[in-house]
Design a protein around this ligand. Structure first.
Ligand code: PFF
Length: 448
């Protein structure tokens, strides 16, 4: 591809798979089950579903409108739809947030690759739960092994992204995403066939009002936001590659529903097995690295299931990491007018250095703290708790209050079988419902 040619996603299926690839990630398979486990199961699920439909889908459509209207990277997208204003700062915020998330996301993607490696080399099954704890704790503090894996992840992602959106991102997503669904369903069925599996299903689906806390509800909104890749211009960037045959509300709904389905399927894969083995659902962030290996160990053909699971986790994580990368690469390519390959080499070097610093913050750099938090936790907190909600609120306010109604109307109705009539309701959501929901969550998480 030449410098001036931005490229686009070739097919509607490609659009769907690439954007689903961004949304479905560690957020669904690693974060969702442990959040649900800690927040009382079904009660959390209900708020989560409401958040996806009432906040997630409208916010996603708002980002799509900006991206497809401008066909530009996040910063220039705001320059194009609001020329001569400071709204482009929101674009810069997206690039910065994406950069910060990338620096620690690559560390966790590296962990998944390492677990894939040890499960494939047959050294993950046959230990006790305490030993699995120790394996994970030793691994993350090691100065070399996590570094090696995160650098590998950066090289793989850099190579895919450097090949452009159609040959790289779209082609990989079209293969990887369907593979992921098949694996997930197979693992889910397997988990449900274990003795006492219904306990886990009951935990997930039988609503118990006493378990619904305000804390849990706020976590559910935050989780929906993170899981749908909202608030940092990622969806603006991807939709800038959409052609004019893509219907935005329909595509956003499909993505959100698939993302939700993957999260629920991840729960079905984990909780029945967990309950069947008499383990607790509220283990927290270590769930997929510390607890699941015990589950696999006690299953027939455990090592095969383990390899399948970590392949799946790695695919999901990689396609999301690709989307974070693309936000920054598209900006760098178009801003500095350099080739994609060069941009990928430069950014990979920067991510590698920052990723290593984040990774070492579990071990040799653990004494280096910012307000008492490790570097990794600071990067996570700053991006997920502060910058993402900030980006989400202002993007929603921008489209609701500032963007030309005609643009919104046109973008919503492109290739629509019926005229999108609910535009007033939609604008109301953008102006009030979404900002208020996110602001409440934001204030609450800062106080906490
Ligand atoms: N949605 C991804 C996940 O669920 O893991 C994480 C993510 C990717 C967040 C891209 C934000 C983003 F822009």
């Amino acid at each position: 591809m030449t410098k001036g040619d931005r490229g686009h996603f070739a097919t509607k299926f490609g659009v769907l798979m690439a954007t689903v690839g961004s949304a479905v990630g560690l957020g669904n398979i690693w974060r969702f089950p442990y959040q649900m486990g800690m927040n009382g199961g079904a009660a959390f699920l209900i708020v989560y579903i409401l958040a996806v439909f009432l906040v997630g889908i409208p916010a996603m459509v708002a980002e799509f409108i900006i991206g497809r209207e401008s066909h530009k990277n996040t910063v220039d997208a705001f320059n194009a739809v609001a020329p001569g204003t400071h709204w482009n700062l929101l674009g810069y915020l997206g690039v910065i947030t994406g950069g910060i998330i990338s620096c620690y996301y690559c560390v966790v993607v590296g962990w998944t690759l390492y677990y894939l490696y040890i499960s494939a080399s047959n050294s993950l099954v046959g230990y006790s739960p305490e030993q699995y704890n120790a394996i994970f704790n030793h691994f993350v503090v090691n100065p070399y092994i996590p570094t090696l894996f995160l650098v590998l992840v950066i090289v793989i992602t850099g190579v895919i992204v450097s090949r452009g959106v159609q040959n790289g991102i779209e082609r990989m997503s079209k293969i990887m995403m369907p593979m992921l669904f098949i694996l997930l369903i197979a693992l889910g069925i397997n988990s449900c066939m274990m003795p006492n599996a219904f306990q886990g299903l009951k935990f997930m689906f039988v609503y118990d009002a006493s378990k619904l806390t305000f804390d849990g509800a706020m976590d559910a909104i935050g989780q929906a936001f993170y899981s749908l890749s909202l608030g940092m211009g990622c969806l603006i960037t991807y939709s800038s590659y959409f052609k004019d045959n893509v219907n935005l509300p329909k595509t956003a709904s499909q993505i959100a529903i698939v993302d939700l389905l993957v999260a629920v399927l991840s729960g079905i894969m984990i909780f029945p097995a967990l309950f069947s083995l008499g383990m607790q659902p509220d283990e927290g962030a270590g769930l997929v690295f510390k607890v699941l290996p015990s589950v696999f160990s006690q299953m027939a053909l455990g090592s095969v299931w383990a390899v399948m699971f970590y392949v799946l986790l790695f695919i999901a994580a990689l396609t999301s990491f690709m989307s974070l990368y693309e936000v920054i690469i598209s900006f760098v390519v178009e801003k500095f007018n350099i080739t994609r390959v060069r941009a990928c080499i430069i950014m990979s070097a920067i991510f590698a250095v920052m990723g290593i610093v984040n990774s070492l913050s579990f071990g040799v750099l653990s004494d280096l703290t910012i307000f008492g938090n490790s570097i990794f936790d600071t990067f996570d907190y700053l991006s997920t708790t502060i910058l993402l909600p900030f980006g989400g609120i202002f993007t929603s306010l921008f489209v609701g209050w500032r963007l030309d109604r005609k643009v919104i109307n046109t973008q919503l109705n492109i290739n629509s079988p019926f005229k999108f009539k609910a535009i007033k309701v939609y604008i109301f959501f953008l102006r009030f419902i979404i900002p208020i929901a996110i602001l409440t969550m934001f204030v609450f998480s800062i106080i906490n």
